[in-house]
Design a protein around this ligand. Structure first.
Ligand code: F6P
Length: 372
């Protein structure tokens, strides 16, 4: 009997998903003579039995393609599935229906490509008896158990390109330009694009900022003749004693809060405090679009092929992760315990601080050991 491998992508899309689908499907076809079942729109397809057989022809030309050929959903959670009843929204556990559909599809295993939400659901399916393998996907780079997720590098590139372009207009107009970057409750994307783009101030969720310190930094720069400043702010950042800024609530979603708008809040407060003209740009979903970078294509290909190795070894209930440049298997139980934030002793924060980048907090400058 030929093995049947199901594959789905859940949560927000990002560059590189198709590269993973291609890698899993091609390797499994070539080395296991497996049949590949593409489940459409993430867990939505499992609940409503929407799937198709993937043939080699459909895998051709998708390595470089952004988005996902299978579609995705950020709302469908089989264990808490939202149903509209008139004006009311009710939630039902439809996991039994999913398990039946998986049986009807005659799947020998299921590859779930996703972020923390998708992989936590994958873990539940595993505990309900489904042989599952996870692949870490997100521009946020916040999945526990792996140092890197595919999609992150592409998003860093896009955000950096945005920051680069804002430098010239900031300089010409002697303005403060604020760039709001995605990343959910973690600051990885802001930290990396902020450092790569030479941001003067980088504000991340892990370090609540003091508006007076941010304003002072802008004023100090102006005094030194640097009549513009670039601020990179994570969508999840907040002022000391303040709150995150919520853009919308998606009631159907298990993680209903959508962040966004801190850039405008910060811009107003800063303009009031410094009297320097300030503009805000929100990078938004641009960061999730387009073709994956070469790094992400390579990473996605490796994660996909390693996932097939794990299927062959029957290492179900695990995600393929990367730790210290090695591919490893991580238990989905560990992955589903939360999200990975930036530790405060992160070396990139230290490097940025040593170049006088402000994180909006008070820091003691270390004195040179070479000076007496
Ligand atoms: O998790 C990926 C991500 O792009 C986050 O960075 C962001 O907070 C969120 O998804 C946006 O969600 P949506 O696509 O529902 O607006």
């Amino acid at each position: 009997m030929r093995k049947r491998i199901g594959i789905l992508s859940g949560g927000g899309d990002c560059p590189g998903i198709n590269a993973v689908i291609r890698a899993v499907a091609k390797k499994a076809m070539l080395e296991m003579d497996a049949e590949i079942i593409g489940i459409e729109d993430g867990y939505e397809g499992l609940v409503n039995n929407k799937y198709r057989h993937l043939e080699l022809s459909e895998l051709s030309g998708i390595l470089t393609l952004g988005g996902t050929i299978l579609g995705t959903s950020k709302k469908a959670n089989p264990y808490r599935y939202a149903i509209h009843q008139g004006d009311n929204l009710i939630f039902k556990d439809l996991s039994r229906r999913c398990l039946d559909n998986i049986e009807k599809m005659e799947l020998d295993c299921l590859v779930c490509i996703g972020g923390d939400g998708t992989l936590s659901i994958a873990y539940k399916l595993f505990t309900d008896g489904v042989p599952v393998i996870g692949v870490p996907k997100t521009i946020d780079n916040d999945i526990l158990g792996t140092d890197i997720t595919f999609g992150f590098d592409s998003a860093v590139w896009i955000a950096t390109e945005g920051i680069d372009r804002l430098h010239t207009t900031a300089q010409s107009h002697h303005r403060v330009m604020i760039v709001e970057v995605m990343g959910h409750n973690a600051g990885w994307l802001s930290l990396h694009s902020g450092v790569a783009g030479g941001g003067d101030i980088i504000l991340i969720p892990e370090i609540p900022y003091d508006i007076d310190i941010v304003a002072q930094k802008v004023k100090d720069r102006n005094r030194r003749g640097k009549r513009f400043s670039i601020i990179v702010v994570a969508e999840g950042a907040k002022a000391k004693g303040g709150d995150i800024v919520i853009r919308r609530i998606v009631k159907e979603s298990s993680d209903p809060i959508r962040l966004g708008g801190i850039g405008f809040v910060l811009g107003q407060a800063l303009e009031n405090a410094t009297k320097v003209e300030t503009r805000t740009v929100v990078m938004g979903h641009l960061q999730r679009g387009g073709s994956p970078t070469p790094y992400d294509r390579v990473l996605a290909t490796q994660l996909g092929t390693k996932a097939v190795d794990m299927i062959k070894k029957r290492q179900f209930g695990h995600m393929v992760g990367v730790q210290r440049n090695e591919f490893i298997k991580v238990s989905l139980k560990e992955v589903s315990k939360g999200v990975r934030k930036i530790p405060l002793d992160n070396p990139l924060i230290a490097s940025a601080r040593s170049l006088d980048t402000s994180f909006g907090d008070k820091v003691k400058r270390s004195t040179s050991p070479f000076r007496s």
